[in-house]
Design a protein around this ligand. Structure first.
Ligand code: UDP
Length: 406
């Protein structure tokens, strides 16, 4: 397994500006209970997608609190990632567990990986890719962290998943509605969170944003709607293009920007990207811009200058891209799915899209033309919600409560 190196950024002092002193104290006292324990977090990829994003800010903060914690990723293997992508699709409700899904290979691969697991007192395994490691850790404390939406999971796949729950001391979900099949006292809720001081989220002046944006072939003087997401059917960037084509009829000056990447454990990303590219060319090659594999500060700048941020997902474990946009006081349009429902309260912190593209476009036009006063109230409320519930130290506090409870 591959150990991820992280620079030890100092954060606590920054957070003193955002949180009451007692919250910071409680972080230290929870961390003190884990003194002397080695903690290891394991997931499938160090790049692309929300889990890597979360670990990247969570681990330095935990280290700063004095924890002995490391992050490992599974060795890459195309056949294994093809299987886990199919499992992921079935768990998010796309299809029944097809007999072709090679669970035997999945388990054999993880049996092999388990031979070289690092020593630790507490293991946190993330998402279905790592589930099969748990049976090799039966005399250890092991937590499973589920980041995905299980509410529409197909039965046989969900049964396959829940049979692993016996090996865990605790299972952590993002939403209560994902908990089917677990004993109540074994389950915990921890909300994902963003790091307001990371390159992805720290404050940039308009001038700095413009400097970054002008490095891309877009018209800086025209407004744009933006979706940042992996190229994935659940994120539905194709749907964004359909909405944009309706929106353009009423706002011809509008541009559409899709920023995306593929996670290394996502074999379907490339194919999906090609279909996005094709449709963009058909709809409007001049005003639709697709920006791939970009860096955090570029995403930050594009989010800050967007007329509106869209998150058109039809399934969403949590939706960090929504959190990032709310933090930046952007008008956000999304669908009421999964973790987005914790973040977007319709007309209060953002707005919901509807099924029909032309009606969604009408809603966007109405809000964007509806006067700045109302949207300023909404975007302010979105920012406050993130500050209260979805920033890294709050997530770390809730993780530490779970880790110390086993
Ligand atoms: N992201 C990124 N580059 C991209 C696309 C996404 O850095 O091209 C980041 C995005 O800013 C967010 C995370 O990846 O922090 C995606 O997390 P989210 O919870 O929205 O979705 P997931 O990919 O985990 O399903």
């Amino acid at each position: 397994m591959h150990k991820i190196k992280l620079s030890n950024t100092e954060h606590i002092d920054n957070y003193k500006k955002l949180l009451p002193a007692e919250d910071i104290d409680s972080l230290y006292s929870l961390a003190a209970k884990l003194k002397g324990k080695k903690i290891v977090e394991i997931n499938a990829t160090s790049f692309g997608g929300g889990v890597a994003e979360l670990l990247r800010s969570q681990i330095p903060l935990m280290r700063e609190l004095g924890l002995d914690i490391d992050w490992y990723v599974l060795p890459a293997n195309d056949q294994f990632f093809n299987i886990t992508k199919q499992l992921h699709n079935c768990l998010q409700g796309i299809c029944p567990l097809h007999p072709n899904v090679d669970i035997e290979y999945y388990q054999a691969y993880l049996d092999d990986v388990a031979k070289n697991l690092p020593e630790a007192d507490i293991y946190i395994l993330h998402d279905p890719q790592t589930l099969g490691l748990a049976q090799h850790l039966q005399n250890k404390k092991v937590i499973w962290r589920c980041h995905i939406d299980l509410t529409a999971a197909e039965d046989s796949t969900h049964n396959w998943l829940t049979q692993h729950y016996q090996y865990f001391s605790k299972v952590i979900f993002s939403l209560e509605s994902y908990m089917a099949g677990i004993e109540k006292n074994k389950a915990a809720i921890v909300y994902p969170a963003i790091d307001p001081f990371s390159k992805k989220n720290y404050l940039l002046s308009d001038q700095e944003c413009q400097k970054i944006i002008t490095q891309h072939p877009i018209d800086i003087n025209k407004p744009y709607i933006l979706q940042v997401s992996r190229f994935d059917k659940f994120k539905n960037p194709l749907g964004v293009l359909h909405i944009f084509s309706e929106l353009q009829k009423q706002m011809p000056e509008m541009q559409c920007i899709l920023m995306g990447n593929y996670a290394t454990d996502d074999p379907e990303g490339q194919e999906y990207y090609k279909s996005v590219h094709k449709l963009a060319k058909q709809i409007d090659p001049y005003n639709i811009h697709i920006i791939v594999q970009t860096d955090d500060i570029t995403i930050n700048a594009f989010q800050r200058r967007a007329a509106a941020v869209i998150q058109n997902s039809n399934k969403e474990g949590f939706g960090l891209t929504v959190t990032e946009a709310l933090w930046k006081q952007k008008i956000v349009f999304s669908r009421p799915v999964g973790g987005i429902t914790l973040q977007i309260l319709n007309n209060k912190t953002g707005y919901y899209l509807v099924d029909e593209d032309s009606l969604s476009a009408n809603e966007i036009v109405k809000v964007l033309r509806g006067g700045e006063k109302h949207s300023a109230i909404v975007t302010r409320a979105g920012h406050e919600l993130v500050k209260k519930k979805f920033i890294t130290p709050i997530m770390v506090r809730d993780y530490l409560r779970a880790y110390t409870s086993i």
